[in-house]
Design a protein around this ligand. Structure first.
Ligand SMILES: [Zn+2]
Ligand SMILES: [Zn+2]
Length: 570
């Protein structure tokens, strides 16, 4: 079966029941009775920039009507739950265009090493102190931390293995960099993984060395990390399910009703399936099993099936390069300032050889799996564009709706090529805040930094961009994400590339209808229309009328999934 047929199949299974009541039409008898009505608000359906209503009715988890208070009040029965929005704003529930909900769940167990505003670690001494405090309450086994950021440490570098040995030498320590693409290990961890005196780097990865050129320094990049992941102890299933529930509550508190698990490995897929079977998912979770690390039974995953107990496999994830803030993303021109030990010509590196990427895409295409490829550097984006073109030529059937995850340094020419080849970008838009200054001063330099996450250009060439936080890389804070897209403010309050700002309405499109489109769920989600799922978010103010600079002050007051509150007062 080719890709096209499969997608048509899923569209028809997800097809909507006939709209029961369209805005402004006359009621037919018998009049349906709503389970819930939300009245006296500013309802932004996201169907068109000027579309507006004041009320919405829900029945059987679906939207029954969108219209005026008078129209919607007619659908009220004795048992109908009435929500007085009292002037607050109602929008489609936010959709996570890219993130890793099972990783956010795991992170709760790890030593928290993020810099402000997420955490409090801003020096290597502070990092050591945080690890020591963590060890006090975790007296045995591996010590795993996450979120440290060399860009925000006073020393502006990664800790060495000796600095981690100084915390504790007789137990393995592994701390993940804020990008998720690098880590630092102590000597014990390197020994256990057989990486202390490596003869060569593993494919798609780098083991950084000390001055002798032989001994590992402790910093491990990209593909070299899988060896260490394999040694990580797994908590019990019950504990993992508990953490997954907490992670869903975090997502819901930010107005998200659909989450992504955007690089699902075997253990995470098993966990998600167990959670679904136990009815423990209350957000829709669309998983992207990781094609870089396939497992036995991978091909039998029911891709393209509708949600069952809130879980579906939406497509496959392929990682093609690294992280710009970690300076492993593959650029066409050298980094502004190379990382320690690298020459002035260093431009990052690909994770996959051209023919390997092409083979992965061809396999996905043959099976009808939608392909989601992590590409940050413009060289990696070009590699993807070329591969998508060749796969289409070879099969005689262009690939459809390929997703370029992050696309942070996409050039204008690349965006135009993406439009031609049906490749849609999802941008890591909050980078302008978290690493904007670092990109301007260190990684990319001023002119390339100004163009990072080029959303204005993407809209202008006719693409349907979405935006994401890549949780847990940064918290899944959708309000900060929308504010970042509209203002491009950095930590130092500079504006990074003002010409790439988008309007607040476009920013909302990027977290609702465009995000739904990219994951093939636009028939059911992304706008407020009769027949679509009643996934809703209530905000205390209207993002379309507050000054863009004040978007950061907008608060999520309630989140509703399938017609039921999952965050906020019932
Ligand atoms: Zn990624
Ligand atoms: Zn990611």
């Amino acid at each position: 079966m080719n890709g096209k047929t499969k997608w048509m199949a899923i569209r028809s299974t997800a097809a909507l029941p006939l709209a029961l009541l369209a805005c402004g039409t006359t009621l037919a008898a018998p009049r349906p009775v709503a389970d819930m009505v939300l009245l006296h608000g500013t309802v932004i359906p996201m169907t068109a920039p000027d579309a507006k209503a004041s009320a919405l009715a829900v029945k059987d988890g679906k939207i029954l009507a969108v219209g005026s208070d008078a129209e919607v009040e007619k659908l009220k029965g004795k048992a109908t739950q009435v929500v007085d929005l009292a002037g607050r704003t109602l929008l489609p529930g936010f959709i996570d265009a890219h993130g890793h909900i099972t990783m956010l769940a795991q992170q709760a167990d790890l030593a928290a090493l993020s810099p402000p505003p997420v955490g409090g670690v801003s020096s290597i001494a502070g990092l050591q102190e945080t690890l020591r405090a963590y060890i006090m309450v975790h007296p045995q086994g591996w010590i795993i931390g996450s979120g440290y950021d060399d860009a925000e440490l006073a020393e502006k570098r990664h800790p060495t293995r000796q600095e981690l040995d100084a915390v504790l030498a007789d137990r393995p320590i592994l701390i993940m960099h804020a990008s998720g693409h690098l880590a630092a290990a102590n000597t014990k961890a390197l020994e256990l993984a057989g990486l202390l005196h490596p003869d060569k780097d593993p494919p798609g990865g780098v083991i950084r060395r000390e001055a002798d050129g032989k001994t590992a320094s402790g910093v491990i990049e990209e593909g070299a990390l899988f060896k260490l992941y394999g040694l990580m102890p797994q908590p019990t299933l019950d504990h993992q399910l508990e953490q997954l529930t907490k992670a869903q509550h975090v997502y819901a508190s930010y107005g998200l009703t659909t989450a992504q698990d955007g690089a699902t490995m075997h253990a995470a897929w098993d966990l998600l399936q167990a959670a679904a079977r136990r009815k423990a998912l209350f957000l829709d979770v669309h998983a992207l099993p990781l094609l870089n690390q396939p497992w036995e039974g991978f091909d039998a995953i029911p891709f393209n099936a509708p949600y069952v107990d809130h879980l579906r496999a939406a497509g496959v994830k392929i990682i093609a390069d690294g992280s710009p803030q970690g300076r492993t993303a593959w650029l066409s021109h050298p980094y502004h300032v190379p990382p320690e030990g690298k020459g002035a010509d260093y431009a990052g590196y690909p994770q996959l050889k051209e023919e390997v990427l092409r083979a992965m895409l061809a396999k996905a295409d043959e099976h009808g799996w939608q392909a989601y490829i992590h590409v940050n550097g413009d060289a990696a984006i070009q590699q993807l564009i070329d591969a998508v073109r060749v796969v289409g030529q070879q099969s005689g059937r262009p690939m459809q709706r390929t997703i370029a995850i992050h696309s942070q340094t996409a050039t204008l020419d690349e965006l135009k090529a993406m439009k031609t080849l049906d490749i849609e970008p999802t941008f890591f838009a909050s980078h302008t805040y978290y690493w904007g200054d670092w990109h301007r001063e260190v990684t990319l330099g001023p002119s390339r930094a100004d163009r990072i996450s080029p959303q204005r250009d993407a809209f202008d060439v006719g693409l349907k961009p979405s935006i994401h936080n890549d949780s847990p890389i940064v918290p899944p804070d959708m309000i900060r994400l929308i504010w970042s897209a509209a203002t491009r403010r950095t930590r130092s309050n500079d504006i990074l590339g003002p010409e790439q700002r988008v309007t607040p309405y476009e920013a909302l499109m990027e977290v609702t209808r465009n995000a739904a489109y990219e994951i093939h769920e636009e028939a059911a989600k992304g706008t407020l229309e009769p027949g679509k799922v009643a996934d809703l978010v209530i905000l205390d103010s209207n993002p379309l009328t507050v000054p863009p600079e004040d978007l950061l002050k907008v608060k999520v007051m309630g989140t509703i999934k399938d017609g039921h509150y999952i965050f906020g007062p019932p």
